[in-house]
Design a protein around this ligand. Structure first.
Ligand SMILES: Cc1ncc(COP(=O)(O)O)c(C=O)c1O
Length: 430
């Protein structure tokens, strides 16, 4: 009776694949999997459970996922230079919850980036953090709105003695003052949580601040924005064993039970791609973001962060109030197959949340498809033609996008057999 409904779903999946393959995808929180990472999705692991840690699971039949999880964790520790790595949270929000649930108690003060200032909902009263305390205070910002005011924040930390401060955000153009706040945090025993959801791949590529080296106590992140992975979360730290045991319990059973094993295998593939390609990819991504920002600026758009070189990440923010605001502009662009999101900007009141003045653009996905600076100029031109000159650019967008269809920074076109020793070790486990 419902077979037709299934066919409808299948058709919608097909259409989505075809449609997004011809769009300019500029949502800053998304990326694409390589062909080989995708192939690990929907494998038998998608049917299985593996609560606990490799070698000490609550279920039998986990030998192969144990091997994958062990390899993945070991290599993430190498990539990020840390002693602890937790890969079981199934999203960045779950990673944050694993930390907040074990280290924040009712009444504790926590400092965060405000929503207009770019903070993520999981750091807020209505999100994960709000389940554990109501005393959530926004960082003071410098007048440009894109930087934390270090002096006033240090004063605030001395005065209110927060349990944690949460650096890192969703509208994330410039590095956070981790090193600058590390000393006052050490003195006041304030832990620094750094949410690297957006910039994990740039950190892996050594083109963004290294929060753990600068003094962060823990890094939480999603694995699928500038990192190449499937949609999951990760926690990284050099904290002591006793504290890490609490995080471990926060991840399981605190914020997830089974951890979606086929996407774990995908993350392992993506992590190995990152090990080889992160530096080149991060370099090109940041170059592209700066190039897109400068091109939009030259075309007359109100690009944010101009006095600071627009951006040091994969993101660009633009105030489009003059063209009807973020909602209107993002819809018009969507009708022309340019996909991005509306975004509040730091000077806006919270009541603007559903009609903000800004848009946020991320270049990480198009960079993975091989676009470089000349293509950023072309994207800026198409946006200008669509929004300012009010032209229909859909066909031009589709033609342009057809030139960039292979996922780069991957081994999709090069398959190597495991070494004899690796093959023997995998066979022995089987
Ligand atoms: C700063 C920040 N933290 C956490 C998250 C949540 O990540 P996820 O969607 O993986 O739960 C996001 C998502 O965009 C984010 O921007």
């Amino acid at each position: 009776m419902y077979a037709k409904k299934i066919a409808v779903v299948e058709e919608l999946v097909r259409r989505q694949e075809a449609w997004r393959g011809q769009c300019l995808n500029l949502i800053a929180s998304e990326n694409v999997l390589s062909r080989r990472a995708r192939a690990a999705g929907g494998s038998d692991f998608a049917h299985r459970y593996a609560e606990g840690h490799p070698g000490e699971r609550y279920y039998r039949g986990t030998g192969y996922i144990d091997e994958i999880e062990t390899q993945l964790t070991a290599h993430l520790k190498i990539l990020f230079g840390c002693t602890h790595c937790e890969v079981r949270p199934v999203s960045g929000t779950n990673a944050n919850e694993a930390v907040f649930s074990r280290f924040v108690a009712p009444g504790d003060v926590v400092l965060v980036n405000s929503t207009p200032g770019g903070g993520h909902i999981s750091h807020h009263r209505l999100g994960s953090l709000g389940k554990f305390t109501r005393n959530i205070v926004d960082f003071p910002l410098t007048p440009d709105g894109y930087h934390i005011d270090v002096e006033r924040t240090a004063f605030l930390i001395e005065a209110v003695r927060p349990k944690l401060i949460v650096l890192g955000k969703s509208l994330f153009l410039f590095p956070e003052p981790v090193a600058e706040l590390a000393e006052v945090c050490r003195r006041t025993r304030t832990r620094i949580v750094y949410d690297a959801a957006h910039v994990l791949g740039l950190i892996a590529g050594k083109r963004f601040q290294n929060p753990l080296a600068e003094g962060a106590w823990v890094v939480t992140a999603s694995t699928h924005k500038t990192f190449f992975g499937s949609q999951r979360g990760v926690i990284l730290s050099n904290m002591d064993e006793e504290e890490w045991r609490r995080i471990d319990r926060g991840a399981f059973p605190g914020s997830s039970s089974n951890h979606h094993l086929d996407t774990l295998a995908q993350l392992a593939v993506s992590t190995f791609e990152m090990m080889d390609f992160a530096e080149a990819y991060a370099e090109q991504t940041i170059r592209n973001a700066r190039s897109l920002a400068a091109a939009l600026d030259r075309l007359g758009f109100d690009v944010q962060g101009r006095d600071f070189g627009y951006t040091e990440s994969h993101q660009v923010a633009v105030n489009v109030k003059a063209f009807g605001g973020g909602e209107t502009v993002s819809r018009r662009l969507e009708a022309n197959d340019i996909i991005l999101n509306m975004n509040m900007l730091p000077h806006e009141p919270l009541r603007n949340h559903d009609r903000p003045e800004g848009i946020r653009l991320g270049v990480q996905e198009m960079t993975r498809f091989g676009m470089r600076e000349p293509e950023m100029e072309e994207i800026a031109r198409l946006i200008h033609a669509c929004i300012v000159e009010r032209q229909d650019v859909k066909e031009e967008v589709n033609r342009f996008r057809q030139r960039f269809t292979a996922v780069g920074y991957s081994y999709d076109d090069r398959v190597e057999a495991p070494s004899p020793a690796e093959a023997r070790s995998a066979a022995a486990r089987g």
